[in-house]
Write a protein of this length. Structure first.
Length: 230
């Protein structure tokens, strides 16, 4: 009898601990992951020096030079303070509070000549192109160039009448290699820039932006830069 009572008591304790352990497991919740957004920063000010990028006063990129970009950075969603400082200094040339939505993608361009440098913020739609297509966006970031058309060499307009700081949303184009021209939108006759052998791969997403100064020389001459967003 004594042994039966001891066995009963032992089993009761085991079941009690087992139940408690199960209850603890059921009540344990995993911490909620921090909501994130993706931000790509582009140095598009032709005469500005290299810059550092700070998010909420934490350095996330250093010595970004014209016309390069950071690639997409994962940052906490919500209202974030973005600063662009001259590299290695506390001199802030751009500061903005951006409301970044969860799982959204953004591009922040530092634009204009250095004396008037400012941010241009765009939300990036990175939805996948259809089969055989690429998505292309054009942005006019040459401070002293007129409004432009992007055309084929025969004058067929691909993107129409884009002025400084203007942009065209991501647009589906057939994958392939293109010879493009940048033309003065006023007449669509004057070619201000040749863009030969632009290759668009199927399924890819691109940003093409006009950079530099009309009449500029060296690194500051008028040109185009291509970003592969995805």
């Amino acid at each position: 009898m004594f042994f039966k009572k001891m066995l009963y008591a032992s089993l009761t304790i085991v079941f009690a601990f087992s139940f408690a352990a199960c209850s603890d497991d059921e009540n344990t919740t995993e911490p909620t992951p921090t909501a994130k957004a993706n931000v790509l920063v582009v140095h598009a000010s032709p005469d500005a020096p290299g810059v550092d990028l700070l998010v909420d006063n934490t350095v996330v990129g250093t010595n970004l030079t014209f016309p390069n970009n950071t690639g997409y950075l994962s940052v906490n969603a919500g209202t974030r303070n973005i600063k662009v400082n001259v590299t290695g200094t506390s001199t802030t040339v751009i500061q903005a509070n951006l409301n970044l939505m969860e799982n959204k993608n953004y591009s922040v361009f530092a634009v204009n000549q250095v004396s008037a440098i400012e941010p241009l913020v765009l939300e990036d739609n990175l939805s996948s192109p259809a089969s055989g297509k690429a998505h292309v966006r054009f942005i006019h970031l040459s401070p002293n160039a007129p409004a432009v058309n992007i055309t084929l060499t025969d004058g067929t307009v691909v993107f129409n009448n884009v002025s400084f700081k203007g942009s065209v949303d991501f647009t589906p184009l057939n994958a392939g290699t293109y010879n493009l021209q940048v033309r003065d939108a006023a007449t669509n006759q004057t070619v201000v820039l040749e863009l030969p052998n632009i290759t668009l791969q199927t399924g890819k997403i691109y940003t093409v932006f006009a950079k530099g100064f009309l009449g500029g020389t060296g690194a500051q001459q008028l040109g185009a830069q291509i970003i592969v967003n995805k």
